[in-house]
Ligand binder design. Sequence first.
Ligand code: PEP
Ligand code: MN
Length: 343
Amino acid sequence: MLIVMKMDATPSEIDRVVEEIEGSGLKAHPIPGAQRTAIGITGNLGALEGGRFTEMSGVLEVIRVSHPYKLVSKEFKGEDTVFKVGDVPVGGSNFVVIAGPCSVESYEQTSAIARRVQAAGAQLLRGGAYKPRTSPYSFQGLGVEGLEILARVREETGMPVVTEATDIDVLDAVAEYGDMIQIGARNMQNFTLLKRAGRTGKPILLKRGMAATITELLLAAEYVLDQGNPNVLLCERGVRTFADHTRNTLDLSAIPAVQNISHLPIIADPSHGTGVRRKVLPMAMASVAAGANGLMIEVHDEPERALSDGKQALPPDQFDHLMDEVRRLAAVMDRQLPVLVQR
Ligand code: PEP
Ligand code: MN
């Protein structure tokens, strides 16, 4: 349910509506807009009578929202969500590029890659310290040592860091060192992790599960927003299909589909979305053309030696080329990338 306040509603009228909602054991989410404030209500609305709000002073209308997703929907908030990760704006017309290795392997590797991707125009550095691997015998990540490396490289480059929390045991450490917490595809419906990650107050990068519908992706994001954390960046990273020319099938139609329903920004990850180095550039371009709010790209200085996902990692010179191409297309799509100062 959504309570739309009148344009001239006073703060105390808004407070009274919030008190009325909370008095019924429900959660109130005031959403200030350019024109007016709306107040979203979540919780078990079964017995709630919308009529009790219509007569309250300052209330314009009460809307019953029929979709399962509420806080993430455009009905609740018409304006695009824009937030900052460190000093980097995400969402709206900003085009954000998150680049770096799949895994943090060493200080030297992370630092060398960070410098190259930053020089090419990436704004956020990615790198996993905790890795969700299909095989228990594959490299599992450096753990806290990896987080320390990321923090040191952030210190040296100024690039805010995006890194994955694979479970609630590592969440506090990831939240302490990272500027944005990644929830990976395998954890998209780990509801305890989503709630706890939401409560850290850090921006969340939420990747689509490999067999998740758009509704399920948006409901996963809803868990985070329901914790009072509106700063969620969605990521299309490919879904499992019968196709065997790629690792996953990058579902580009998810981008306009999400943008049609939600105010949250959505980026594409053509690295995991294809799993094949040669296909990263064309699918990155296609993602920009589909209206993505940014890209996540895996880059490695020595892909053949990478401890994870080497086959899809771009060497830095190929990432330079990708950024040149993306920059040209992003301009056509009215998406802003920061001006390059040096290469
Ligand atoms: C990753 O970003 O390295 C990763 C593991 O991604 P996903 O969760 O999309 O597989
Ligand atoms: Mn990876």
